[in-house]
Write a protein that binds this ligand. Structure first.
Ligand code: NAP
Length: 367
């Protein structure tokens, strides 16, 4: 009998970890959630994502737009959110009502804020193994495998479904984890012959009971991504759970499997992105200082060796771009001008590094 992979419990653990880490960030991460129209399922998803954000210490910015919103209005909102420094991630709930064009809307989101990993730039980065974001559903599956000590390395992995949202990124992540992956779809012949070879079988088709016991190898790990309604209106996956559970080694239930993990991973990717942005700004700072250095430690060492006087001046301001300029005070002593700019390019303040601080480090350069 298979071990049930408990997505609900793991999601709670991930969210608690995210909340702890988010509390230590220099500022609260923010997620804009855009919902156009009245689709009841989308409303439920969006409410759930916003609730998760709250639990994780992430601020959510809800945007509820009427069905008749025009493409121009939606693009204008995305442009505004792209420029808003308090917004780290933008999530546009799909599907969009007709006649809005999803591809154009996705392409308008700044790639560094595309938490769903739908933007073509991010899809490319994912496929070369250097993702900006991990797409939430496949990332949730990978997290489940990790938690239960299941490594795809050297395993035969079969993914059912080739959508851009689930199947393709799932195959990419399993490949990067050294699995040997076969991606199947509705035109795949002899499907059961392929699925029976799977050590890890991931199903994302969207059809009740399309994975039957005869399609599953003894001892396989079975991950059911689908969220379907059966004839009684109950939530279920693709897998004939009662028949497959005795054959598998591990299996995810529906509900309580991949679904809760997807939402938890949204918070996780957002947190990681905010951390990455802070690192990015540090690097930006280095470049502006003209230093060819790689890490924060290097900045500190550089400062201590008298080449820059930056670090202390920017502490607590890591959500700003930092410009660095050489200046001399009225007595001709070298001081450092630190210019802080919002990411919207609005210069809002300028600071001088105290002269005594530079002196303290033996860095007083008289002109
Ligand atoms: P989708 O865009 O409709 O894609 C379904 C895929 O399944 C397509 O690639 C299709 O092939 C393939 N397919 C259809 N019939 C098949 C068959 N008999 N054998 C093999 N492949 C077949 O759906 P999706 O957005 O990827 O979602 C899939 C399921 O996952 C849905 O139930 C959805 O609700 C669920 N989902 C769950 C989560 C979560 O958080 N748990 C997140 C996203 C989606 P073609 O390409 O040839 O048409």
């Amino acid at each position: 009998m298979a071990t049930r992979i408990d997505g609900k419990a793991l999601a709670a653990k991930v969210k608690a970890q995210v909340a702890e880490k988010a509390a230590k960030l220099p500022r609260q991460p923010g997620l804009a959630v855009v919902l156009v129209g009245e689709d009841p399922a989308s409303q439920v998803y969006v409410r759930g994502k916003e609730a998760d954000c709250g639990e994780c210490g992430i601020r959510s910015f809800p945007y509820r737009l009427p069905t008749e919103t025009t493409q121009r209005e939606l693009l204008d909102l995305i442009e505004k959110l792209n420029r808003d420094p308090a917004v780290d991630g933008i999530l546009v709930q799909l599907p969009l009502p007709e006649p809005l064009e999803e591809a154009a809307v996705i392409a308008a989101i700044a790639p560094e804020k595309d938490v769903d990993c739908f933007h073509p730039y991010n899809v490319g980065r994912l496929n070369i193994g250097d993702p900006v974001f991990q797409p939430c559903t496949p990332a949730g599956v990978m997290e489940m495998l990790r938690e239960y000590g299941i490594s795809p390395a050297g395993k035969r992995c079969v993914v059912l479904g080739r959508s851009n949202i689930v199947g393709k990124p799932m195959a990419a992540l399993l490949t990067q984890a050294d699995g040997t992956v076969t991606l199947c779809h509705s035109k795949t012949p002899d499907l059961a012959d392929i699925t029976r070879q799977a050590d890890i079988l991931v199903s994302a088709v969207g059809k009740v009971n399309c994975v039957t016991a005869d399609m599953v190898k003894d001892g396989a790990v079975v991950i059911d991504v689908a969220m379907n309604r059966n004839s009684e209106g109950r939530l279920c996956g693709d897998v004939d759970f009662a028949a497959v559970e005795p054959k598998a080694s591990y299996i995810t239930p529906v509900p309580g499997g991949v679904g809760p993990m997807t939402r938890a991973m949204l918070a996780q990717v957002l947190k990681e992105e905010t951390g990455a942005k802070v690192r990015g700004i540090e690097l930006n700072l280095l470049q502006r200082c003209g230093a060819h250095l790689a890490s924060l430690t290097d900045i500190q060492e550089s400062f201590l060796s008298g080449r820059t006087a930056v670090l202390e001046a920017i502490s607590g301001t890591t959500d700003k771009m930092v410009g660095f300029e050489r200046k001399y005070d009225e007595k001709g002593s070298y001081v450092c001008g630190i210019k802080l700019m919002d990411l919207t390019d609005v210069a809002n303040t300028e600071k001088k590094v105290p002269l005594e601080w530079i002196n303290r480090e033996g860095n007083n350069v008289n002109k």
